[in-house]
Design a protein around this ligand. Structure first.
Ligand SMILES: *Cc1c(COP(=O)(O)O)cnc(C)c1O
Length: 370
């Protein structure tokens, strides 16, 4: 980094995704953009099969394995199509003409089951919805005692963090079949035990890097069972054999993900970032709960530590809140159109200081309009 480079001004950004990327990561990408490793080319401009680029992918996978303590019997894939393409890929790889259980707790898990159901019509298997939250609100998770689990399901699918509704499932459900979990908006946010899961997947644009990339972590024994109709690019076994390079991968996104993993390691790893995330969430929820002006309706034990939706006492003030917060330099606090109100997404790259600024603003706003 050059000495007299101005410090980048970075505005507190609470976007749900694509979301904030750590400043140090973007600075490093900027430094390397035109002249990567002194080669006079950008990472974007080299072959994905070159030994220099392969060093990046190997390092990114090694870092991710170390950060998440991924056991050796799991494969890690860096694919394309975001989190959503996995909704279609999972049944084709894992259904095996059988049936699978799905838990619906919000918009994302609802999308996942909808995609899986397309295969029923083709006779490729069946999909069972074991339980669904209240579609009108999705503020809680149905208790496991109410789930109608089927016998011998090929897998159990759920979404660990519903990004839109701010509903998180912290403990892996205790079922006898492999868990397949969408962790798009909570991966790397707190320690988990990877061996609790059959497959973990996550679109990158929340806690990993640029949109488009998706990471799949899959246990060995779930490979090798894809339907003959499974498109090659969606076939996990094939992608494992090709080391995620069946076709040209999203090379720049993969590189940036590697830089984010470096950054996470420098922050002290997932336990350290998890502690900060807990503090951020606590500060924000406490501010909401301590006031009569703000409200979050998610059941306490399922309140997301990454996405915090909240409403104002008077929804007429929503517009004013958004205008004034933006003027105060706090970006993207508008709630998703499905739920309205506000939402603060406080992913790994959103600092405690930014959350403090948000809380200060909220208190001032309440004083002014409450
Ligand atoms: C963002 C998100 C997705 C979809 O990601 P895309 O990259 O847009 O396909 C899926 N699941 C969850 C929980 C998400 O937050």
């Amino acid at each position: 980094m050059t000495d007299n480079k101005p410090v980048a001004h970075r505005t507190p950004n609470f976007s749900a995704g694509p979301a904030t990327i750590p400043t140090q990561v973007l600075e490093r990408a900027q430094d390397e953009l035109l002249d990567w490793q002194g080669r006079g080319v950008s990472v974007m401009e080299v072959s994905h099969r070159s030994k220099e680029y392969l060093a990046i992918t190997e390092k990114a996978e090694a870092k991710l394995r170390s950060l998440m303590a991924i056991p050796d019997n799991y494969k890690v894939l860096f694919l394309q199509g975001g989190g959503s393409l996995q909704f279609s890929a999972i049944p084709l790889n894992l259904l095996k003409d059988g049936h699978a259980d799905y838990l619906t707790t919000g918009t994302w898990s609802a999308k996942a089951i909808k995609e899986a159901r397309r295969y029923e019509a083709l006779g490729l298997g069946e999909v069972v919805e074991v339980a669904t939250g209240k579609a009108s609100s999705f503020t809680d998770v149905p208790a496991q005692s109410e789930w109608k689990l089927s016998d011998n399901a090929a897998y159990f699918h759920y979404c660990a963090n519903e990004t839109i509704h701010g509903v998180q499932i912290f403990e892996p459900p205790k079922v006898d079949v492999p868990l397949v979990v969408d962790m798009s908006s909570c991966i790397l946010s707190q320690p988990i035990d990877v061996s609790d899961y059959g497959m973990i997947y996550a679109g990158a644009q929340k806690n990993i890097g640029p949109a488009g990339l998706v990471i799949v972590i899959i246990r060995d024994d779930l490979l090798g069972q894809a339907s003959e109709w499974c498109p090659l690019l969606m076939n996990y076994t094939h992608q494992v054999e090709k080391e995620s390079m069946s076709n040209t991968p999203a090379t720049y996104s993969w590189y940036l993900a590697g830089l984010v993993f470096d950054w996470l390691e420098e922050q002290g790893g997932i336990e350290a970032i998890g502690n900060i995330n807990a503090q951020k969430a606590e500060l924000l929820y406490k501010t909401i709960d301590d006031s009569e002006f703000y409200h979050n309706s998610v059941a306490t034990k399922h309140r997301s530590i990454m996405n915090v939706p909240f409403t104002l006492k008077d929804s007429e003030l929503d517009k004013v809140f958004l205008e004034e917060s933006e003027k105060a330099g706090l970006l993207h606090l508008k709630g998703h159109r499905e739920v309205g109100g506000m939402r603060a997404s406080i992913y790994n790259a959103v600092s405690l200081e930014w959350v403090q600024q948000l809380v200060d603003f909220m208190k001032d706003f309440e004083k002014k309009y409450g």
